[in-house]
Design a protein around this ligand. Structure first.
Ligand code: ADP
Ligand code: MG
Length: 416
């Protein structure tokens, strides 16, 4: 599950929020270092490393797990038809063959979108024997109660998304009062609700506390364990782990944010982050360069209203520099689908002349023939417009927002 909102409020999936995600093997290292119970494993990027890892893994069976920043791997498939991004293998030979087939391949799951994600690392782990039950357990931030909340279900494993829709009553929750902290008795009672009994319920409660403490200490927006398992011998374990972090906590979680795997992120988004631009790639063909998130959203709406489709969300912020504007153009034009760019600026703190300088500079350096439609309004508007007209560049100035959106859609469609 990508985010908790998807589990309980399917209508909210369109809310654009980005959280920093790390791989399963990285999440499990954090769990292990903080009292979690995870199986032994080694992250590998080559077949030779997989062979060496298998020699260190004590169980005869080995599990080979594709490391991508999305769930649903077990039920996923690769672009070449290979089934399953998680394979329980009977021996080293099978594990090596599986890893060979996965490394360098692209895995498509319910969460990756149709393009899938490239697998450049596999996590080779011990096979956990004697699994009695697979549960779903996650710690999320509940907007309604404005508190951390555990979400769990005795029927976890790989079908949790369906369960949330078909049998929502089977999802059990426990809210935590951050001021009071997590309470042991409440954890034991919650573990019992999830079907644990006796000393196993106490073990499960201990792990619930471990997960809460990690979530709190590391500024997690989500700690998702699916499956959280009960073993025949009465132990409990976290067999899959997905941690997401609040981007706003970057400044105090440098060690975690250093774990970034840029190979798994759209390079345009990586470049945008470097230039402190608020950018999200979308599927359409009209590139947008806007100041202010609200105006950016409204721009996307107006493009859609006029029959077009935005290629991105891009908010240059309130005080962008000329360099940032050039970088923004570079990012927008890095998307081959872009057939027109709408620059929609309402100059408040942002000066229209700085935007105009940026547009001219970008046109000169990037030498694009994609039509650029510019609406400038507000601070230093006349200076900005003069810079554009004096530049000799082919840009399409428009008097207002709606005219701009219409023209951008028209020109983009004409280039198809
Ligand atoms: P995903 O959620 O992306 O499909 P998981 O890590 O949850 O990936 O693996 C899918 C399923 O594979 C699990 O529900 C579990 O049944 C099995 N599995 C995963 N890791 C192990 C392991 N180390 N030992 C035994 N079974 C495992
Ligand atoms: Mg899982």
């Amino acid at each position: 599950m990508q985010r908790f909102t998807r589990l309980v409020q399917p209508k909210c999936t369109q809310v654009q929020r980005r959280f920093f995600n790390i791989h399963e093997y990285q999440s499990k290292r954090i769990l292990k270092d903080n009292g979690g119970k995870v199986e032994f494993g080694i992250a590998c990027t080559t077949v030779e490393e997989v062979e060496a890892a298998c020699a260190k893994i004590k169980t005869p069976q080995k599990v080979v797990k594709s490391q991508i920043l999305a769930g649903g791997r077990g039920k996923g498939h690769f672009v070449d038809g290979l089934k399953g991004g998680v394979k329980v293998c009977k021996d080293t030979q099978e594990a090596v063959a599986s890893a060979k087939a996965m490394l360098g391949n692209t895995l498509i799951t319910q969460q990756t979108g149709p393009k899938g994600q490239h697998v450049n690392t596999v996590y080779v782990t011990e096979a956990v024997a004697g699994i009695k039950r697979e549960l779903y357990l996650s710690l999320v931030l509940d907007r309604k109660s404005a508190s951390p909340m555990f979400v769990g279900s005795a029927e976890g494993g790989m079908g949790i998304e369906e369960l949330a829709h078909t049998n929502p009553e089977k999802i059990k929750t426990m809210k935590i009062n951050v001021a009071e902290g997590i309470d042991n008795d409440a954890c034991v009672a919650y573990a019992k609700e999830l079907g644990f009994t006796g000393t196993v319920a106490e073990r499960a409660a201990d792990q619930i506390k471990v997960l809460y403490n990690i979530g709190k200490a590391k500024d997690c927006t989500m700690v998702e364990i699916n499956p959280f398992v009960e073993l025949e011998n009465g132990d409990v374990m976290e067999i899959d782990a997905k941690l997401s972090f609040d981007d706003n906590a970057h400044f105090r979680q440098n060690e975690i944010f250093d774990l970034i795997d840029e190979s798994q992120i759209d390079p345009k988004e990586v470049l945008a982050a470097k230039h402190e631009l608020n950018y999200i790639a979308l599927e359409g063909n009209v590139g947008c360069l806007v100041n202010g998130a609200g105006l950016a959203m409204a721009t996307m709406d107006l493009i859609s209203l006029h029959g077009g489709s935005p290629a991105n969300f891009l908010d240059v912020g309130g005080s962008a520099t000329e360099e940032q504007i050039v970088a923004a153009f570079q990012i927008i034009l890095g998307d081959a689908h872009v057939k027109g760019i709408l620059v929609n600026i309402f100059g408040g703190i942002m000066r229209c002349d700085i935007i105009a300088e940026g547009v001219v500079n970008a046109c000169k350096t990037l030498k694009t023939d994609v039509p650029i439609i510019v609406r400038l309004n507000g601070t230093y508007e006349n200076e900005g417009k003069k810079i554009l007209s004096d530049s000799g560049m082919v840009v399409h100035p428009v008097p207002d927002f709606e005219t701009g959106a219409k023209l951008a859609v028209e020109l983009a469609q004409a280039r198809k």
